[in-house]
Design a protein around this ligand. Sequence first.
Ligand code: XUL
Ligand code: CO
Length: 441
Amino acid sequence: MSTGFFGDIKPIKFEGADSKNPLAYRFYNPEEVVAGKKMEDHLRFAVAYWHSFAWPGGDPFGGQTFERPWFPGAGETDTMALARKKADAAFEMFALLGTPYYCFHDADVRPEGRDFAESAARLDEVADYFASKMEETGIKLLWGTANLFSHRRYMAGAATNPDPDVFAYAAATVKSCMDVTKRLGGENYVLWGGREGYETLLNTDIGREQEQAGRFLQMVVDYKHRIGFEGAILIEPKPQEPTKHQYDYDVATVYGFLKRFGLENEVKVNIEQGHAILAGHSFEHELALASALGIFGSIDMNRNDYQSGWDTDQFPNNVPEMALAYYQVLQAGGFSTGGTNFDAKLRRQSLDPQDMLIAHIGGMDCCARGLKAAAQMVEDKALSGPLAERYADWEKPEARAMLSKGAKLEDIAARVISEKIDPKPKSGRQEFLENVVNRYV
Ligand code: XUL
Ligand code: CO
């Protein structure tokens, strides 16, 4: 049943590259087979509940710009009725877009209760409502997560808080969110440590805080196994914002953390484009590293402004960048439990319900173009061919022997002398390879 929020807009259809209809897909054709799989199954798109349905359009200088019938103050005072109204509009949008998945934090979907028990009960009640909508529409949950950063109790961290009561509250909250994620068939559970970091060393014991975070994560993994949650546990790295120094800085840092607490085979990463940029990396670097370390899980798709230095969470629209990102996703074997979650929000002047659709349509089209370009590069071995050639000498037995167990520096040194080894530098061919990529995008 239509909520009327999106007027009489019909489900968005693929119309092809020549279409001028702003409410049509020009490149995302869910049924089209790319590299042996339907585009829909490659990309596994998800809508983020928080940006589209919970964020009021504020920035540091001004508050709400969006008027939504489910926001408090819009007439209705029963906050659970507003939560249901929000869910109605959200599922209507998922269905209009044809996005197979969505993602949410507890705080996006239920009003905060007077105490933990009431908040948890409200989450359960909303989850029942979601369950019936999921059943009705076939829309699935890519991941659930707990918001352990907005409420003032978390201002000094959740798992890393100096106050053990906050650690306890955060643990109880994650438990309730994992329960709900499992109940809704969620395919992953995400932990983004928004406040797990610090502003000043003057009041911070880094060693102790990281021990707390490690223990917390071990308990999350342990709980996952005990309840039989089959999804992946994912950590989402980010270098700064909201805290100045975040403990989950980037993929490399997260991997070190996982190793330290014996969790590298239990936890993967959810990599966000904007967070990669903030860390001084490229998105494809973070993806390639996660894949090389065997911890690639899922992506938060968006785009960060390259000048502002903060997390602008814009919708993606840069196809050449997406092509390199999906190239890494394909090299990693594609998504298993993961997907492409639009952790992206409208600009605060984009007031209309149509803007929400148009932003997602543009983002999905851009990902589709990136995927198609990436798949073609894979098929043509456009990059993997030259790469294999560059490392080909490592296939020789004497080269492999140097990396085998028991290899010794002195034996290698003797061979350099006896075989008169004198390396001849070869071109890295970067411009050639850049030109190759440009043929595909
Ligand atoms: C914050 C961010 C979060 C996580 C989920 O920058 O990306 O929305 O994706 O908590
Ligand atoms: Co994110």
